[in-house]
Design a protein around this ligand. Sequence first.
Ligand code: NOJ
Length: 533
Amino acid sequence: MDNSNQWWKDGVIYQIYPCSFADSNGDGVGDLQGIITHLDYLEELGVDAIWLSPVYPSPMVDFGYDVSDYCGIDPLFGSLDDFDILIREAHSRKIRVIMDLVLNHSSDQHPWFLESRSSSDNPYSDWYIWRDGKPGGKRPNNWSSWFGGWAWEYDEGRGQYYYHMFGKLQPELNWRNPQLREAMMEIFRFWMDRCVDGFRLDVFNQYFKDARFRDNPQKLGLRKFDRQTHIYDTDQPEMKGAVEEIRQVTDAYPERYVVGESFLVGPEGAAKYMGDGKLHAAFNFELLNCPWDAGRMQAALQRWENALGEDAWPTLVLNNHDNKRSSSRYRTGENDDRNKAAAVLLLTARGTPYLYYGEEIGMRNIHVPYSQIQDPPGKRYFPLFPTRDACRSPMQWDNSPQSGFSSSAPWMTVHPDFPYRNAAAQRDDPESLYNVYRKLIALRKEHKALQEGLYMPLTFEPKTLMAYLRQTKDEMILVAINFGRKPVRLFLGSDLAGKTWNLLLSTRREKLEQPQGNAIRLLGNEALVVDLD
Ligand code: NOJ
């Protein structure tokens, strides 16, 4: 199969949280037709692919990350026919479609689990992780759940415990069972036969647990989950073989892409699953977890670079559906200067940038009082940790009621800033954050150096200044970002300062004077992208 077109390297990927993107039928929840209606917007923004958070049939206890049928579409979102239209319409605009596959666990309502829990000698009995308790009615071991509490749930019918890293209605599948594994590969084929271009694998390195079910060592921590080192319940060596098998299956189709969401591991842990014969990419959440600090950001990029093998390709992520939005993390008030500078980093560093819907207009987290929390861990850990609902509010399309998202009350509150912070207003404003994103995406498309060029950190002054070169044999692009409010000077050797400076983009000004002496001055929170001739 010809897989030489590595579109995912050069491309920009846009995550859609379907519940919150656009509601076409007025039930307050986003749907596939809603997405179809807004494909022109995504084309204009310039994204190369959309990743859909799960749209499969689901009881929605974890908003679709609890799947009850891997080969269907939940009626809430539409039908398989709608899905085929979405694929067709997206492809006609040169936008690829990436599905979110949640193969570590299913819903407890999946027919496989209903069968599995019905007896210990049916064909599906071993498709989930069942264990006897220890004498005295104790749980099989000390493993804890990321959603809170223990990871074992007792089932009266089987007289055994089943394992769940997430909610207790999300039992974990047993990847050691060959039939289960083959069923998983069929799911990939099912969607690729429907012309899906790639997959995002939910918590993929969680598929295998220790074969001997040993207790995790204990440590100090805030939540029960943090009070153990997760060496036996996740990231087991058997995962390598599964990753290779997935790659073989997807390589049998042209130009398919697989990105894994690595769980509880840093860049080094993620990197071991990436490269030829393995996943095309895995997420690095280091940037997302960095405070607004030049040195920390640059160190995060460098740690990723150090961890990656030659055949691996980085990902760049500032936002997703599990984390506080970057515009709220960077405490930007109503001003978007920091968000613009962050966009420059995301779209000019080395790797595939991922955008999360609404990031391009600087949507902020909403305030969610306890009574309105819908996210299970959000409820459990209130007020210790912010609920994930807060970053999943309806897309702010325009200033009409419900921000143009729906004709009726939406499933989650719209941010009250929507009358002035919305896509329609920002499209018309040449100075807006949206237009910075759009221009940067266009620049990436035009300049090979920004896609595949060498990444060379230049210098940084901890906390304030970050600068790097992106370079191919034909072009050299300088990126400089001032993280501080005050102007700073970037000192360059005479070699660089002596070149002709063509401003490709500044987040704060129209024109750039040629450097005076060996230095260039950046305004407060300004980011520059300059072509050096
Ligand atoms: C990771 C997903 O990103 C998150 O939203 C979900 O709750 C867990 N996996 C469980 O599927």
